[in-house]
Design a protein around this ligand. Structure first.
Ligand SMILES: *[C@@H]1O[C@H](CO)[C@@H](O)[C@H](O)[C@H]1NC(C)=O
Ligand SMILES: *[C@@H]1O[C@H](CO)[C@@H](O)[C@H](O)[C@H]1NC(C)=O
Length: 363
């Protein structure tokens, strides 16, 4: 070895050593590496309104914000185009700022792209809309089925969205195969804030993971919040458009008492709209649906809950209300297998601790 190469080896090891040392400071680093929690910051971009270009970033370009603008003033004209720009195995928060407008498209966020935020332009409508239904046929002539109808399909973890409207515009009129999902969630740890999710039958497929819905509006007629996730819906508006038909707000599919540990909890929500709908239906034997301190307009079926044609499930489901208010807050015909819960009984359900939020939410 020459003197020169010995020196370069020494130098190289020094660099490796010192960078190792730097790495050990990672936990204090508030830089671009994604953190294992979601905070308000993840749902905000610094933007201003510009006459000609609509929403533009205040500090010019940013490698952590991708701008979607249907008129061509952003990085892409479609939301999916922006998701495609996020690298696979992404490990830092990427905010997709979506300028006002109607985006007629289906959007898929794959499992390998975590830490994505969808942020709508404030004070104006940002709408993602489509219209696929369960009885539509795929390329081979097979019906696609409810699970594959979503307008927006989120498979990744640490997703959040703020200020957007997600629609499936199919209107169910009692006919066959009209289940039509607007939003499907299968990633873990998601926050939806001021998001409208609208549809008719099977609007929100809250299938898997722990999710926090805060100040959202969810619209539909039949089983319009369904799946086997563990979710807290807080200060949300739940709006039925069932009309004169029979519908249900939530259908939960917990199949196992121990293995699943899931449920839908509505805390401090307002339930309004039309129809005489059920609070929930027993899709799985251990379905868990609770309403705590919610206010109901006069739109609730007297029985309040349905076994969905499974009489045996009435022994195992957990369907309950705590401190219900409003004209529809009480009724005479409430099924006896549902519960009115005391403050003690509701405690472990009524805040973000229920969804493990102490670990992954800093709101
Ligand atoms: C978005 O556009 C800006 C401005 O043209 C550019 O600097 C930036 O690199 C683009 N971002 C991506 C992810 O392509
Ligand atoms: C949630 O409620 C429980 C019981 O009332 C309480 O012990 C806990 O501290 C609360 N968690 C949060 C995050 O407020």
């Amino acid at each position: 070895m020459s003197k020169c190469s010995i020196i370069s080896v020494l130098l190289a090891s020094l660099i490796v050593l010192s960078s190792r040392h730097l790495c050990s400071c990672d936990d204090k680093n508030d830089g671009s590496e994604a953190r294992k929690y979601i905070s308000w910051k993840d749902m905000d971009v610094d933007w201003r309104y510009d006459e000609k270009h609509g929403g533009v970033l205040k500090n010019g370009r940013s490698d952590q914000v991708i701008v979607v603008d249907k008129n061509g003033h952003g990085n892409t004209t479609t939301v999916q185009g922006a998701v495609n720009l996020v690298p696979e195995g992404n490990n830092k928060r990427i905010k997709i700022f979506i300028n006002a407008g109607t985006y007629r498209e289906r959007v898929l966020v794959p499992e390998n792209k975590p830490y994505i935020s969808f942020i709508g332009a404030p004070r104006s409508d940002t709408i993602i809309t489509y219209n696929v239904k369960a009885s539509d046929k795929d390329g081979k002539g097979q019906e696609i089925g409810t699970y594959y109808t979503a307008t927006v399909d989120i498979k990744s973890d640490y997703f959040c969205a703020k200020g957007i409207i997600i629609q499936n515009t199919i209107v169910a009129n009692g006919g066959y195969g009209q289940q039509a999902v607007a939003l499907k969630l299968t990633g873990d740890k998601a926050v939806l804030y001021k998001v409208w999710i609208t549809g008719s039958q099977d609007t929100l497929l809250d299938l898997k993971g722990s999710h926090y819905f805060y100040k959202c509006t969810i619209v539909g007629a039949i089983d319009f919040i369904f799946g086997n996730a563990k979710s807290l819906y807080e200060k949300c508006v739940v709006r039925s458009n069932a009309g004169v038909r029979k519908g249900a707000i939530a259908a939960h599919r917990r199949n196992d008492m121990v293995k699943d540990d899931t449920g839908f909890v509505f805390n401090n929500c307002v339930v309004t709209g039309t129809g005489k709908i059920f609070l929930g239906r027993a899709w799985g034997p251990y379905a868990t649906i609770l309403y705590s301190r919610c206010k109901f307009d006069d739109v609730i079926n007297d029985a309040r809950w349905s076994d969905m044609g499974h009489p045996s499930y009435t022994k195992t489901v957990t369907f309950g209300e705590h401190s219900s208010q409003g004209q529809g807050g009480h009724s005479d015909g409430r099924v006896e297998w549902s519960k009115i819960m005391s403050t003690d009984e509701i405690q472990s359900f009524w805040n973000i601790s229920y969804i493990g939020g102490d670990q992954w939410l800093r709101l």
